[in-house]
Design a protein around this ligand. Structure first.
Ligand code: NAP
Length: 286
């Protein structure tokens, strides 16, 4: 039976560490505040925005959501993000993705000031990640994966890691972050041949492919640590991961559940990023 890598204790530890920093900011008269920008009516975005707002409020961090219609012209979105970037009362900006298909992603994402980019999406943030800058603003999901691995003392130095999924939101920055931690990383995607052979030989498999229950027992060995980032709906509308948990859990060394694994740490990582952004602004403005 595998060790269950639950997200809640990791998130609790992060929130506790943030509490001290938030109280230091409040003592200086600084209220950390996050602006969340949602475009269109994706129910997943609404769920995440609500969960984030609730968790931040419980920690003493303000947040507000700007909801824009899916048909909002790109210029208005860019203008909104630039205004938030210039607003001293806003420490961090989270733009929900994916963006509507007709948008020029690069233009929209780069309208966020790098120092307020709490989900590591603008070019400056990505360049820092690829340079291996330890202060780079990583996407919250990537940070959540690293926090989970560290909390459960999973050794990264020299470990063979397979990341399945090459999006700029998760897979690619995660690979860079893992390389910076001295792991030996293989990035797999939908055109990868013999995926199960690669994953079976890995010490750690991180799946961020967004395919419900696509990874079954044959993809793993008894020594694999499995990190399942996927959040997908199964045919009954239930949230499930990329990994077939029921079949895989008895076979591997350790595994994250879905829900209750990476996702639980992602909102805590967002909290941490907003606190860091507020601290940075305070130093800049002093
Ligand atoms: P995405 O942009 O759709 O990227 C999916 C990646 O998976 C692509 O690179 C794709 O390859 C690859 N892929 C798809 N099918 C594959 C297959 N059969 N074999 C190997 N690779 C395959 O998705 P994303 O935005 O990165 O999100 C991935 C998952 O993470 C989703 O389920 C999303 O809901 C979840 N998510 C979770 C959290 C959390 O906190 N837990 C946060 C954000 C997102 P190609 O490039 O070749 O197409």
């Amino acid at each position: 039976m595998a060790e269950l890598l639950k997200g809640k204790p990791v998130a609790d530890r992060l929130a506790n560490a943030c509490a001290v920093r938030i109280s230091a900011l409040l003592d200086k008269g600084v209220q950390p505040r996050l602006a969340i920008v949602r475009i269109g009516d994706n129910p997943g975005d609404e769920w995440y925005a609500n969960a984030a707002t609730k968790e931040l409020a419980a920690a003493g961090v303000d947040s507000f959501v700007i909801e824009l219609e899916g048909r909002t012209p790109q210029d208005i979105v860019v203008h909104t993000l630039k205004n938030l970037s210039a607003d001293d009362a806003v420490a961090g900006i989270l733009l929900m993705r994916p963006l509507p298909a007709h948008f020029n992603k690069e233009k929209v994402e780069n309208a966020i000031a790098p120092e307020k980019d709490v989900d590591g999406m603008c070019d400056v943030s990505l360049a820092k990640v690829f340079r291996g800058d330890s202060k780079a603003s990583l996407p919250c999901t990537v940070k959540a994966v690293l926090h989970l691995l560290d909390f459960y003392h999973v050794e990264l130095e020299g470990a063979r890691v397979v990341v399945v999924g090459r999006s700029l939101t998760i897979g690619k920055p995660l690979v860079q972050a893992l390389i910076s931690r001295d792991a030996t990383v293989t990035l797999a995607h939908s055109k990868t041949l013999n995926l199960s052979q690669l994953t079976r030989e890995a010490d750690i498999v991180v799946s961020c492919m967004g395919r419900a229950h696509a990874l079954t027992g044959e993809f793993f060995s008894e020594k694999t640590v499995v990190i399942d980032v996927g959040t997908n709906e199964d045919k009954d509308g239930k949230m499930v991961g990329d990994v077939d948990f029921g079949a895989v859990e008895p076979l591997v060394q350790a595994i994250t559940p879905v829900p209750g694994g990476v996702g639980a740490v992602t909102t805590a990582s967002l909290l941490e990023a907003v606190v860091s952004a507020a601290e940075y602004l305070t130093i800049e403005n002093s």
